[in-house]
Design a protein around this ligand. Structure first.
Ligand code: DAH
Length: 340
């Protein structure tokens, strides 16, 4: 028996020396300690041995030896795998990543810059404005008093101090009129928020680009001219537009400017709610109440304003079918725009 055990021990030692993986060690466990393993065979052999006690003791010692060696081997393999993981995690270096893979601008940034370039060419200045505003800026100054039904469309997120996340870039109109007075040409892009359920064409966080032009003798024809010029330059092709009457308390008259859906070519798809048209740029002549609230002399000046849906424009420009992709943080989707 002793000799048999010695032969098995030597075989085991060389087998365990070669077992490089946890799986290999598990197979050894089965081969030696399993029901049909070598040690079970040794136990069966006890029947033919005279000094069962000594032989049994020897088998048991060998069994303990095998168990300990396999358990220690497995623990060592696990520790090794863990330290490999830690070491490779330490290798992560954001600077090195950047060397290999340059970042790219977000498609909304690209669309904003395109529009800014066009408007700069037409003498507009750019303004940046806060995302957290108060009720006066977002509504009251825009001819939307408390309890006005127009507020229903613009439910948003309120802070405990009564401020709110702006629902529209129009919220900056008053401050900009007060800052520059008339005459004035300004655009002010920004992030807007609304408490609404999301789908392929609605998001609770989106971008608009507001614009205002105030001067003597500004009329609807100026408005139409500027909108058409801007859109054809941004899209670098002929764009079909249509103007419909639209109601916004801060303009009179107000319009909805729609463009032919560039994703489906006007046939109808989820991005345009199957209508073939996309509301892109509501606009109108600034309401005298709003001008007055901004300190502008309404006897002398008139002006137009527009609220371009920047996120929608980016969808059209880059063929993004689902608005939710923009805020998804999905780099695979967003990095595609680096070369545009
Ligand atoms: N602020 C409006 C909205 O988000 C859009 C808008 C409509 C802006 C007409 C304007 C305008 O400047 O004249 O629904």
């Amino acid at each position: 028996m002793q000799e048999k055990i010695q032969v098995l021990r030597e075989a085991f030692q060389s087998a365990i020396a070669e077992a490089n993986t946890e799986e290999a060690l598990e197979s050894l466990r089965i081969a030696y300690l399993g029901k049909k393993g070598c040690i079970a065979d040794l136990m069966k052999g006890l029947r033919d041995v005279q000094d069962k006690k000594t032989a049994g003791q020897l088998i048991n010692d060998f069994k303990c030896e095998v168990e300990r060696a396999i358990t220690e081997g497995i623990e060592a393999k696990r520790a090794e795998a863990l330290s490999m993981q830690i070491r490779s995690a330490r290798k992560y270096n954001p600077t090195l990543m950047a060397e290999r893979e340059f970042g790219s601008y977000h498609p909304i940034t690209l669309a904003t810059r395109d529009c800014e370039e066009v408007f700069a060419g037409m003498g507009f200045t750019f303004e940046d404005y806060a995302e957290v505003v108060d009720d006066y800026e977002c509504f009251e100054a825009l001819n939307i008093p408390k309890h006005h039904p127009a507020r229903d469309m613009q439910d948003t997120y309120y802070l405990e101090n009564g401020q709110l996340l702006k629902t529209q870039t129009s919220a900056a109109q008053n401050a900009i009129m007060r800052k520059y007075g008339a005459p004035l040409r300004a655009i002010f892009p920004g992030r807007c928020f609304r408490n609404e359920s999301t789908d392929a064409c609605h998001e609770n966080t989106f971008f608009q680009m507001e614009g205002m032009m105030i001067d003597e003798n500004i009329s609807i024809s100026n408005l139409i001219y500027f909108m058409k010029t801007m859109l054809s330059e941004v899209f670098k092709r002929d764009i079909k537009v249509r103007l419909r009457p639209g109601f916004f308390p801060f303009v009179e008259p107000g319009f909805e400017l729609d463009i032919n859906c560039l994703i489906c070519g006007g046939e109808g798809c989820p991005s345009c709610k199957n209508s073939g048209w996309l509301e892109l740029c509501p606009c109108g002549m600034i309401h005298p109440n709003v001008l007055r609230e901004g300190g502008i002399d309404t006897e002398k000046y008139t002006g137009f304003a527009f609220g371009l849906g920047l996120t929608r424009l980016a969808m059209m420009k880059f063929g993004v079918k689902d608005i939710r992709d923009f805020n998804s943080g999905n780099l695979q989707a967003l990095m595609q725009f680096k070369s545009v």
